[in-house]
Design a protein around this ligand. Sequence first.
Ligand SMILES: NC(=O)c1ccc[n+]([C@@H]2O[C@H](COP(=O)([O-])OP(=O)(O)OC[C@H]3O[C@@H](n4cnc5c(N)ncnc54)[C@H](OP(=O)(O)O)[C@@H]3O)[C@@H](O)[C@H]2O)c1
Length: 257
Amino acid sequence: MDFGLQGKTALVTGGSSGLGMAICEELAKEGVNVVLQYRSKSKEESVLRFVEELNQKYSGTSMAVRGDLERSEDVHFIFDKAVENYKKLDILVNNAGIWPQAYVKDMTEKDFERTIKINLQSPFVLCKRMINHLIDDGRKGKIINIVSQAAFHGSTTGHAHYAASKGGLVTFTVSLAREVARNGINVNAVAPGIMRTPMITGGLSDEEINKRYMNRIPLGRIAEPEEVAYVVTYLASNKSDYITGATIDVTGGMLMR
Ligand SMILES: NC(=O)c1ccc[n+]([C@@H]2O[C@H](COP(=O)([O-])OP(=O)(O)OC[C@H]3O[C@@H](n4cnc5c(N)ncnc54)[C@H](OP(=O)(O)O)[C@@H]3O)[C@@H](O)[C@H]2O)c1
């Protein structure tokens, strides 16, 4: 199937790890130029190696931009850098996120605020920049926001701030989709359940992961990040032109609604 993505340009946040890396790879495979945002200085070497690999393997060109999405000036810097290099962006994937743990009785206001800033406010700013960029140029585009099953189900294990940030991002996605539909800009969300990424695995053995999550997942296994990235690629493509304001659940049945 031709996804019509050849020669398009995408900005993907959180491209240094887990799902973000898989999204960058799947988009690059389709001939997309990818601007990969990451945060950690310590990952610079591996990120640059990954970008180099994408450039060697696929027809598009990719580049990395470092910035902390908790800092407003960095958020603007990332978008400016992407436009400076490629002039025209077609796809924005708000993927970066944090998943801190604390029950509400112990949760600090600082942690709550930080979670909202990274998981909800930075996607808002990037969405705003992206729609103005597209509308000023009179071009169509695609925005995909990565949320979570927790947006609908709430948290069960001390992530109320995270669940609130993702719930906010779902309703923001719907509202923005209505605002910009007539401009030919599709805005959708993807809700993973549990994926095999550093966010979840962090030092746990396969056995511990199974014990913790398996009885909540009807398909009986956690997702590989690629399985979620395929859905993002579809939403970035011309095959999803009639979908907007939707959240696609990719949860192995963990979330059925
Ligand atoms: N894993 C799951 O089971 C699961 C389930 C539901 C939803 N999700 C969502 O899927 C998305 C990707 O998660 P993942 O599992 O791939 O997590 P991950 O492996 O921990 O990767 C998180 C990414 O976000 C970036 N990031 C974190 N804080 C940042 C900040 N302040 N500024 C800029 N970038 C920052 C990280 O950059 P550095 O590496 O450079 O620090 C990293 O690239 C997230 O939105 C997450 O909420 C994940």
